[in-house]
Ligand binder design. Structure first.
Ligand code: PEP
Ligand code: MN
Length: 337
Protein backbone atom coordinates (compact mmCIF):
# COMPACT_ATOMS: atom_id res chain seq x y z
CA UNK A 1 0.00 0.00 0.00
CA UNK A 2 1.20 3.51 -0.79
CA UNK A 3 0.12 6.64 1.05
CA UNK A 4 0.56 9.81 -1.02
CA UNK A 5 0.96 12.84 1.24
CA UNK A 6 -0.34 16.33 0.55
CA UNK A 7 2.29 18.81 -0.64
CA UNK A 8 2.09 20.99 2.47
CA UNK A 9 1.75 18.09 4.91
CA UNK A 10 2.54 19.14 8.49
CA UNK A 11 5.69 17.18 9.55
CA UNK A 12 4.25 16.61 13.07
CA UNK A 13 1.15 14.95 11.64
CA UNK A 14 3.29 12.89 9.23
CA UNK A 15 5.33 11.75 12.21
CA UNK A 16 2.22 10.70 14.07
CA UNK A 17 0.97 8.80 10.98
CA UNK A 18 4.33 6.98 10.82
CA UNK A 19 4.01 6.09 14.52
CA UNK A 20 0.44 4.88 13.97
CA UNK A 21 1.64 2.61 11.13
CA UNK A 22 4.48 1.21 13.23
CA UNK A 23 2.07 0.41 16.07
CA UNK A 24 0.24 -1.76 13.55
CA UNK A 25 3.51 -3.59 12.64
CA UNK A 26 3.64 -1.85 9.28
CA UNK A 27 7.11 -0.74 8.16
CA UNK A 28 6.86 2.70 6.53
CA UNK A 29 9.34 3.63 3.78
CA UNK A 30 9.27 7.37 3.23
CA UNK A 31 10.22 8.57 -0.23
CA UNK A 32 10.47 12.35 -0.47
CA UNK A 33 10.53 13.19 -4.18
CA UNK A 34 10.65 16.52 -5.98
CA UNK A 35 6.94 16.51 -6.67
CA UNK A 36 5.40 14.43 -3.90
CA UNK A 37 6.16 12.51 -0.74
CA UNK A 38 5.09 8.89 -0.48
CA UNK A 39 4.94 6.44 2.38
CA UNK A 40 5.33 2.86 1.14
CA UNK A 41 3.83 0.43 3.64
CA UNK A 42 5.28 -3.05 4.03
CA UNK A 43 3.59 -5.58 6.28
CA UNK A 44 0.14 -6.99 6.67
CA UNK A 45 -1.84 -4.09 5.26
CA UNK A 46 -4.85 -6.29 4.47
CA UNK A 47 -6.34 -5.66 7.91
CA UNK A 48 -5.72 -1.91 7.80
CA UNK A 49 -8.68 0.43 7.60
CA UNK A 50 -7.86 2.36 4.41
CA UNK A 51 -10.74 4.79 5.07
CA UNK A 52 -9.17 5.82 8.36
CA UNK A 53 -5.87 6.71 6.66
CA UNK A 54 -7.63 8.37 3.73
CA UNK A 55 -9.49 10.66 6.14
CA UNK A 56 -6.32 12.15 7.63
CA UNK A 57 -5.73 15.77 6.66
CA UNK A 58 -2.11 15.12 5.53
CA UNK A 59 -3.13 12.33 3.15
CA UNK A 60 -3.77 13.03 -0.52
CA UNK A 61 -4.58 9.46 -1.58
CA UNK A 62 -4.05 5.81 -0.72
CA UNK A 63 -3.24 3.16 -3.34
CA UNK A 64 -3.00 -0.58 -2.96
CA UNK A 65 -0.27 -2.11 -5.12
CA UNK A 66 -0.83 -5.36 -6.96
CA UNK A 67 2.75 -6.50 -7.57
CA UNK A 68 4.20 -8.86 -4.94
CA UNK A 69 7.38 -6.73 -4.69
CA UNK A 70 6.99 -3.54 -2.71
CA UNK A 71 10.32 -1.95 -1.75
CA UNK A 72 11.73 -2.60 -5.25
CA UNK A 73 8.57 -1.25 -6.90
CA UNK A 74 8.70 1.99 -8.91
CA UNK A 75 5.25 2.89 -7.54
CA UNK A 76 6.73 2.77 -4.06
CA UNK A 77 9.54 5.14 -5.00
CA UNK A 78 9.12 7.08 -8.25
CA UNK A 79 12.67 8.51 -8.15
CA UNK A 80 15.59 6.39 -9.40
CA UNK A 81 17.75 4.81 -6.73
CA UNK A 82 21.39 5.83 -7.00
CA UNK A 83 23.68 3.27 -5.38
CA UNK A 84 26.89 4.72 -4.01
CA UNK A 85 29.69 2.17 -4.46
CA UNK A 86 32.46 3.80 -2.40
CA UNK A 87 32.08 7.02 -4.38
CA UNK A 88 31.13 5.51 -7.75
CA UNK A 89 27.46 6.27 -8.41
CA UNK A 90 25.36 3.67 -10.19
CA UNK A 91 21.96 4.92 -11.34
CA UNK A 92 22.61 8.65 -11.50
CA UNK A 93 23.42 8.85 -15.22
CA UNK A 94 27.22 8.42 -14.95
CA UNK A 95 27.11 4.93 -16.55
CA UNK A 96 30.27 3.59 -14.92
CA UNK A 97 32.03 0.46 -16.18
CA UNK A 98 33.18 -2.33 -13.85
CA UNK A 99 35.99 -4.43 -15.37
CA UNK A 100 38.43 -7.16 -14.45
CA UNK A 101 39.08 -10.86 -14.81
CA UNK A 102 36.57 -13.61 -14.14
CA UNK A 103 38.77 -14.96 -11.35
CA UNK A 104 41.56 -13.61 -9.23
CA UNK A 105 44.64 -15.65 -10.15
CA UNK A 106 47.73 -13.82 -8.85
CA UNK A 107 48.87 -10.40 -7.62
CA UNK A 108 50.65 -9.74 -10.92
CA UNK A 109 47.57 -10.61 -13.00
CA UNK A 110 45.18 -8.61 -10.83
CA UNK A 111 47.34 -5.49 -10.51
CA UNK A 112 48.21 -5.53 -14.21
CA UNK A 113 44.53 -5.82 -15.29
CA UNK A 114 43.44 -3.27 -12.68
CA UNK A 115 45.94 -0.69 -13.94
CA UNK A 116 45.04 -1.17 -17.59
CA UNK A 117 41.25 -1.05 -17.09
CA UNK A 118 41.61 2.03 -14.90
CA UNK A 119 43.72 3.70 -17.58
CA UNK A 120 40.97 2.92 -20.11
CA UNK A 121 38.28 4.48 -17.91
CA UNK A 122 36.86 1.68 -15.73
CA UNK A 123 35.91 2.98 -12.29
CA UNK A 124 35.40 -0.33 -10.46
CA UNK A 125 37.34 -3.58 -10.45
CA UNK A 126 35.81 -7.06 -10.61
CA UNK A 127 37.37 -10.43 -9.84
CA UNK A 128 36.05 -13.65 -8.32
CA UNK A 129 37.78 -15.15 -5.30
CA UNK A 130 35.01 -17.65 -4.55
CA UNK A 131 33.89 -19.15 -7.86
CA UNK A 132 30.65 -21.02 -8.58
CA UNK A 133 31.83 -23.61 -11.15
CA UNK A 134 29.68 -26.20 -12.89
CA UNK A 135 32.41 -28.82 -12.45
CA UNK A 136 33.86 -29.64 -9.04
CA UNK A 137 37.16 -30.37 -10.84
CA UNK A 138 37.41 -26.86 -12.31
CA UNK A 139 39.36 -24.02 -10.62
CA UNK A 140 37.28 -22.99 -7.60
CA UNK A 141 38.96 -19.63 -6.95
CA UNK A 142 41.66 -18.64 -4.47
CA UNK A 143 39.17 -17.95 -1.65
CA UNK A 144 40.48 -15.72 1.15
CA UNK A 145 43.86 -15.35 -0.59
CA UNK A 146 42.00 -14.06 -3.65
CA UNK A 147 40.26 -11.41 -1.53
CA UNK A 148 43.66 -10.29 -0.18
CA UNK A 149 44.94 -9.97 -3.76
CA UNK A 150 41.87 -7.92 -4.73
CA UNK A 151 42.54 -5.60 -1.80
CA UNK A 152 46.14 -5.23 -2.94
CA UNK A 153 44.89 -4.21 -6.43
CA UNK A 154 42.49 -1.76 -4.74
CA UNK A 155 45.38 -0.22 -2.78
CA UNK A 156 47.47 0.08 -5.95
CA UNK A 157 44.74 1.66 -8.09
CA UNK A 158 42.11 3.09 -5.73
CA UNK A 159 39.38 1.20 -7.64
CA UNK A 160 36.48 -0.06 -5.52
CA UNK A 161 36.15 -3.85 -5.80
CA UNK A 162 33.22 -6.07 -6.75
CA UNK A 163 33.41 -9.76 -5.86
CA UNK A 164 31.06 -12.68 -5.39
CA UNK A 165 29.85 -14.00 -2.05
CA UNK A 166 28.73 -17.62 -2.27
CA UNK A 167 28.34 -18.57 1.36
CA UNK A 168 27.00 -16.81 4.44
CA UNK A 169 30.02 -17.94 6.52
CA UNK A 170 32.34 -15.90 4.30
CA UNK A 171 30.61 -12.56 4.94
CA UNK A 172 33.06 -11.49 7.71
CA UNK A 173 35.88 -11.79 5.14
CA UNK A 174 34.14 -9.18 2.95
CA UNK A 175 34.57 -6.20 5.32
CA UNK A 176 36.82 -4.29 2.89
CA UNK A 177 34.96 -5.33 -0.25
CA UNK A 178 33.02 -2.42 -1.78
CA UNK A 179 30.29 -4.29 -3.69
CA UNK A 180 29.06 -7.82 -2.96
CA UNK A 181 28.01 -9.82 -6.00
CA UNK A 182 25.31 -12.45 -5.62
CA UNK A 183 25.77 -14.68 -8.66
CA UNK A 184 23.16 -16.06 -11.03
CA UNK A 185 23.27 -19.45 -9.36
CA UNK A 186 22.49 -17.94 -5.96
CA UNK A 187 19.77 -15.52 -7.06
CA UNK A 188 17.24 -17.65 -5.22
CA UNK A 189 19.42 -18.66 -2.28
CA UNK A 190 16.95 -16.96 0.03
CA UNK A 191 18.99 -17.44 3.21
CA UNK A 192 21.96 -15.73 1.55
CA UNK A 193 19.71 -12.90 0.32
CA UNK A 194 18.28 -12.37 3.82
CA UNK A 195 21.80 -12.36 5.24
CA UNK A 196 23.16 -9.69 2.85
CA UNK A 197 19.99 -7.75 3.56
CA UNK A 198 20.27 -7.80 7.33
CA UNK A 199 24.01 -8.05 8.03
CA UNK A 200 25.35 -5.34 5.73
CA UNK A 201 24.45 -2.12 3.96
CA UNK A 202 27.08 -2.67 1.28
CA UNK A 203 25.85 -2.39 -2.32
CA UNK A 204 24.67 -5.73 -3.71
CA UNK A 205 25.06 -6.61 -7.39
CA UNK A 206 22.27 -9.14 -7.81
CA UNK A 207 22.64 -11.22 -10.98
CA UNK A 208 19.60 -12.62 -12.73
CA UNK A 209 19.35 -16.41 -12.55
CA UNK A 210 19.76 -18.00 -15.96
CA UNK A 211 16.14 -19.22 -15.97
CA UNK A 212 14.63 -16.47 -13.83
CA UNK A 213 11.80 -14.17 -14.87
CA UNK A 214 12.09 -10.47 -14.11
CA UNK A 215 9.44 -10.83 -11.44
CA UNK A 216 11.58 -13.50 -9.77
CA UNK A 217 14.63 -11.21 -10.00
CA UNK A 218 12.63 -8.40 -8.39
CA UNK A 219 11.38 -10.73 -5.66
CA UNK A 220 15.00 -11.65 -4.88
CA UNK A 221 15.85 -7.94 -4.69
CA UNK A 222 12.85 -7.60 -2.38
CA UNK A 223 14.32 -10.23 -0.02
CA UNK A 224 17.46 -8.11 0.37
CA UNK A 225 15.56 -4.83 0.72
CA UNK A 226 12.91 -6.18 3.07
CA UNK A 227 15.75 -7.45 5.29
CA UNK A 228 17.14 -3.92 5.59
CA UNK A 229 19.56 -3.24 2.74
CA UNK A 230 18.17 -0.85 0.09
CA UNK A 231 21.42 -0.76 -1.96
CA UNK A 232 20.58 -3.26 -4.68
CA UNK A 233 21.64 -3.23 -8.35
CA UNK A 234 19.93 -5.60 -10.78
CA UNK A 235 22.22 -7.35 -13.26
CA UNK A 236 21.25 -9.00 -16.54
CA UNK A 237 23.85 -11.62 -17.50
CA UNK A 238 22.05 -13.57 -20.18
CA UNK A 239 19.37 -16.19 -19.92
CA UNK A 240 19.20 -19.77 -21.14
CA UNK A 241 17.20 -20.28 -24.34
CA UNK A 242 17.23 -22.84 -27.19
CA UNK A 243 19.98 -20.82 -28.92
CA UNK A 244 23.43 -22.43 -28.90
CA UNK A 245 25.39 -19.89 -30.96
CA UNK A 246 26.06 -17.88 -27.81
CA UNK A 247 26.74 -19.02 -24.23
CA UNK A 248 23.47 -17.39 -23.09
CA UNK A 249 20.96 -15.09 -24.76
CA UNK A 250 21.38 -11.43 -23.87
CA UNK A 251 18.07 -9.88 -22.89
CA UNK A 252 18.52 -6.15 -23.32
CA UNK A 253 14.77 -5.62 -23.11
CA UNK A 254 15.26 -5.81 -19.36
CA UNK A 255 16.54 -2.22 -19.35
CA UNK A 256 13.28 -0.44 -20.29
CA UNK A 257 11.14 -3.14 -18.66
CA UNK A 258 12.93 -3.11 -15.29
CA UNK A 259 13.12 0.68 -15.33
CA UNK A 260 9.36 0.86 -15.61
CA UNK A 261 8.77 -1.71 -12.88
CA UNK A 262 11.50 -0.69 -10.46
CA UNK A 263 13.61 2.28 -9.35
CA UNK A 264 16.72 0.11 -8.90
CA UNK A 265 19.72 0.57 -11.23
CA UNK A 266 20.19 -1.94 -14.06
CA UNK A 267 23.65 -3.31 -14.83
CA UNK A 268 24.44 -5.32 -17.98
CA UNK A 269 27.04 -8.09 -18.20
CA UNK A 270 27.68 -8.75 -21.91
CA UNK A 271 30.59 -11.11 -21.11
CA UNK A 272 28.56 -13.89 -19.49
CA UNK A 273 25.55 -13.04 -21.64
CA UNK A 274 27.39 -13.82 -24.90
CA UNK A 275 30.35 -16.02 -23.93
CA UNK A 276 32.65 -14.67 -26.67
CA UNK A 277 35.05 -11.74 -26.43
CA UNK A 278 34.24 -10.45 -29.95
CA UNK A 279 30.53 -10.17 -29.03
CA UNK A 280 31.13 -8.12 -25.91
CA UNK A 281 31.74 -4.77 -27.64
CA UNK A 282 28.59 -4.72 -29.84
CA UNK A 283 26.42 -5.83 -26.93
CA UNK A 284 28.03 -3.30 -24.58
CA UNK A 285 27.34 -0.58 -27.15
CA UNK A 286 23.72 -1.72 -27.44
CA UNK A 287 23.29 -1.80 -23.67
CA UNK A 288 24.77 1.70 -23.36
CA UNK A 289 22.46 3.05 -26.05
CA UNK A 290 19.50 1.43 -24.29
CA UNK A 291 20.31 3.26 -21.06
CA UNK A 292 22.04 0.66 -18.87
CA UNK A 293 23.14 2.25 -15.58
CA UNK A 294 26.46 0.37 -15.61
CA UNK A 295 28.29 -2.43 -17.40
CA UNK A 296 30.37 -5.26 -15.96
CA UNK A 297 32.99 -6.62 -18.36
CA UNK A 298 35.51 -9.46 -18.09
CA UNK A 299 39.05 -8.41 -19.05
CA UNK A 300 42.20 -10.59 -18.76
CA UNK A 301 45.83 -9.68 -19.43
CA UNK A 302 46.28 -13.04 -21.19
CA UNK A 303 42.85 -14.55 -22.02
CA UNK A 304 44.26 -17.76 -23.54
CA UNK A 305 45.88 -18.58 -20.18
CA UNK A 306 42.89 -17.56 -18.02
CA UNK A 307 41.85 -20.10 -15.38
CA UNK A 308 38.19 -19.27 -15.98
CA UNK A 309 36.14 -17.71 -18.83
CA UNK A 310 39.11 -16.85 -21.08
CA UNK A 311 37.01 -17.17 -24.26
CA UNK A 312 34.72 -14.32 -23.24
CA UNK A 313 37.46 -12.14 -21.73
CA UNK A 314 38.55 -9.06 -23.62
CA UNK A 315 42.22 -8.12 -23.77
CA UNK A 316 43.08 -4.73 -22.22
CA UNK A 317 43.46 -3.38 -25.80
CA UNK A 318 39.97 -4.53 -26.82
CA UNK A 319 38.59 -3.02 -23.63
CA UNK A 320 40.28 0.36 -24.20
CA UNK A 321 39.03 0.55 -27.78
CA UNK A 322 35.46 -0.37 -26.68
CA UNK A 323 35.49 2.27 -23.92
CA UNK A 324 36.07 5.04 -26.48
CA UNK A 325 33.05 3.89 -28.48
CA UNK A 326 30.90 3.74 -25.35
CA UNK A 327 31.82 7.32 -24.46
CA UNK A 328 30.64 8.44 -27.90
CA UNK A 329 27.26 6.73 -27.39
CA UNK A 330 26.57 7.89 -23.81
CA UNK A 331 25.11 11.32 -24.70
CA UNK A 332 22.46 9.60 -26.86
CA UNK A 333 21.51 6.88 -24.36
CA UNK A 334 17.78 6.24 -23.94
CA UNK A 335 16.28 7.66 -20.75
CA UNK A 336 12.96 6.83 -19.17
CA UNK A 337 10.61 9.70 -20.00
C1 PEP B 1 30.87 -14.05 -12.67
O1 PEP B 1 30.51 -12.86 -12.65
O2 PEP B 1 32.06 -14.41 -12.80
C2 PEP B 1 29.82 -15.09 -12.62
C3 PEP B 1 30.09 -16.33 -12.25
O3 PEP B 1 28.64 -14.62 -13.04
P1 PEP B 1 27.20 -15.32 -13.15
O4 PEP B 1 26.76 -15.55 -11.75
O5 PEP B 1 26.41 -14.32 -13.88
O6 PEP B 1 27.39 -16.61 -13.93
MN1 MN C 1 33.13 -15.34 -15.41
Amino acid sequence: MIIVLKKDADPKQVESLVGWLKERKITPHISAGHHETLIGCVGDVAKMDVGLVQALSVVESVQRIQEPYKAANRKFQPEDTVVDCSGVKVGGGDMPVIAGPCSVESVEQMVSVAKSVKEAGATMLRGGAFKPRTSPYAFQGLGKKGLDILLEAKRETGLPIVTELMSIEHLPLFNDVDVIQIGARNMQNFDLLKEVGSMTKKPILLKRGMCATLQELLMSAEYIMASGNPNVMLCERGIRTYETATRNTIDLTVIPVLKRLSHLPVVIDPSHATGYAHLVEPCAMGATAMGADALIIEVHNNPSKALCDGVQSQTPEMFASMMKKLDAIKPYAWKRG
